[in-house]
Design a protein around this ligand. Structure first.
Ligand code: PEP
Ligand code: MG
Length: 562
């Protein structure tokens, strides 16, 4: 019996096609407030301590590297926080059962974090994951998380925790579908780095029963329940056309205009994987992984070792390193940053260097030493630069440490608007569209409900990109894009048309972007860019680009047929 055809939509955040039965995450156990308390409160507190220690150990084992590793290590550190045990012990003292006491204590913490908002609210999801695991251990029931049905499946969940996503690589999961989440959230970034097709922010997915056969299109953000055999065949054929890499090697348009295709990396494991792939180097090396979940900053020698490892993996391909981007959604305990009501607008990115100058200087020294030891083609850029003065100060500091090619990230509207001034001081810029969207549209990038504002096809964002490109052209400076926008093959055409000279993305996304660029001339990309800037909104911009590129393709095929 076939159900009515209902196409559902969300954000297509990781490209690819998957067709498989939908399997829901194993739900967490709900604790019973009326359960009998244990006889010996001291013993019950000890059981909670042990359960949390075991969860921390499990998470540390799962954190075997990759983008998820650094996030998970931070979550494991949360599980080891003695304050959780103390709060649960209070409830045990009031006569509650053990598992319920822990559950209540963690819920109270989550409520406080959610009240704080922003990054702290996101951490509540991590704490709930800790609670669910610890409660399962205390009650001796199966751990919640990725199911193992023994066949390929599309994993459906309300949202995924970093611990869940880290286990995806080993299982039979062929696609991801979440009710919550947006284009720049953790699930999106991790799905892309694993090359798993994913649609997030699709609330209707909650209505799909376990076992429903689903066709999931990570390009279009579409989810089709009960696809007919004919629809499945059509989709597979369309996907084959999209995924057959026609081009290899350096990126360029059909008329050989170069658009350098680079990878984003966030850990040594990412670097090792990306170094094996067909790309032209690294456009964004997020160095935070070395600093996260530490009580002391990494030493000079430790940093030299890590950077040398990455440089060696990429041999003669350039590696663009971003200096520490701490604060806001990446808090570091040893920085002792003051508590802020609006951390995303506070001391973060390059601004932390004003409070803790030694950290960036040591990092720059480590980078230069690693570069000299390995002979790497290194470029160094600073995150979250707001003004030309900041760009000048960073460039002077980096050059005084021996960095030869210095750049900055454009992630703040003031830097985009003042690109002509900023560019006077640096050799290149790289546009971080994730943060530039957040700050331009005043939409928290960790929000589950503001995805439409964070859409990289937003007119204001693309207008700023165009402005940066115009300023860079006058000074003959290269402009890269290293935010998630760079991984969208259709948008890549627009960015190339606007004058972007390099695109940096998760390694598995490079092939599709390369193929897209190779099919169109620079003039065609420019006319796409003009039309997109004239479109009234993001959906119309996307449709315009799709229709125009289809028309260009048809004309080219007709010509070939003559
Ligand atoms: C960005 O903001 O677009 C970016 C690439 O930096 P991150 O996602 O690490 O903040
Ligand atoms: Mg950023």
């Amino acid at each position: 019996m076939s159900a009515a055809f209902v196409m559902m939509t969300g954000y297509g955040v990781s490209p690819g096609l998957a067709c498989a039965p939908l399997v829901r995450m194993t739900p967490p156990v709900v604790t019973d407030p009326d359960e009998e308390p244990g006889a010996d409160p001291g013993h019950e507190v000890q059981r909670i301590r042990q359960a949390l220690t075991d969860v921390a150990a499990q998470l540390t084992v799962i954190a075997t590297g990759g983008t998820a590793g650094a996030i998970l290590e931070a979550v494991a550190a949360m599980a080891g926080d003695p304050a959780l045990v103390r709060a649960a012990a209070d409830h045990i003292g009031k006569g509650m059962a053990t598992a319920h006491s822990l559950s209540l204590a963690i819920d109270e913490y989550c409520a406080q974090l959610e009240e704080t908002g922003g990054y702290m609210a996101e951490r509540a999801a991590d704490l709930r994951d800790i609670r669910n695991r610890a409660v399962a251990l205390l009650l001796d029931v199966p751990l919640p998380g990725i199911p193992r049905p023994g066949h390929p499946f599309i994993l459906a969940a309300e949202d995924l925790s970093p611990a869940d996503t880290a286990q995806l690589a080993e299982g039979d999961v062929v696609g991801l579908l979440t009710e919550r989440g947006g284009p720049t959230g953790h699930t999106a970034i991790l799905a892309r780095s694993l090359g798993l097709p994913a649609v997030v922010g699709c609330p209707q997915a909650a209505t799909l029963p376990h076992g429903t056969l689903v066709l999931l299109d990570g390009w279009a953000g579409a989810v089709e329940p009960h696809p007919s055999a004919q629809r499945r065949q059509q989709a597979v054929e369309a996907a084959l056309v999209r995924t057959q890499p026609r081009a290899t090697g350096p990126g360029h348009t059909a008329d050989q205009h170069a658009v350098t295709l680079l990878s984003n990396i966030g850990t040594l494991a990412d670097a090792a994987r990306a170094a094996q792939a067909d790309n032209e180097g690294v456009g964004l090396f997020r160095t935070e992984f070395l600093f996260l979940s530490r009580r002391e900053p990494p030493t000079l020698e430790e940093q030299i070792q890590a950077y040398s490892q990455v440089f060696t993996a990429f041999e003669d391909r350039p590696v663009t390193v971003r200096t520490l981007d701490a604060g806001s959604d990446k808090p570091l305990p040893f920085l002792h940053l003051p508590r802020e009501d609006n951390p995303a607008l506070g001391i973060r990115g390059l601004r932390t260097a004003t409070l803790c100058p030694g950290i960036v200087e040591t990092q720059l020294q480590a980078l230069v030493t690693a570069q000299r030891r390995t002979g790497a083609r290194m470029r160094v850029m600073a995150p979250m630069v707001s003004t030309a003065e900041e760009a000048a100060e960073f460039a002077a500091l980096a050059r005084s440490c021996g960095v030869q090619t210095v750049g900055i990230m454009i992630e703040v509207p003031s830097a985009a608007l003042g690109a002509d001034r900023v560019l006077q001081h640096v050799d290149f810029v790289s546009i971080g569209t994730n943060d530039l969207s957040q700050y331009t549209l005043a939409a928290d990038r960790t929000s589950h409900t503001l995805g439409h504002l964070l859409d990289p096809w937003q007119h204001a964002l693309l207008t700023l990109v165009a402005r940066v490109c115009r300023a860079a052209a006058v000074l003959s400076r290269p402009v890269g894009v290293c935010g998630e926008a760079a991984a969208d093959p259709l948008l890549a055409l627009v960015l190339a048309g606007l004058g972007v000279s390099s695109l940096s993305m998760a390694a598995p996304a490079v092939a599709a972007v390369r193929d897209a660029l190779a099919q169109f001339t620079l003039v065609q990309c420019r006319s796409l860019a003009d039309a997109v800037l004239d479109a009234p909104g993001p959906a119309a911009a996307r449709d315009t680009a799709r229709q125009m590129s289809d028309a260009f393709r048809t004309t080219a095929h007709d010509r070939e047929g003559l």
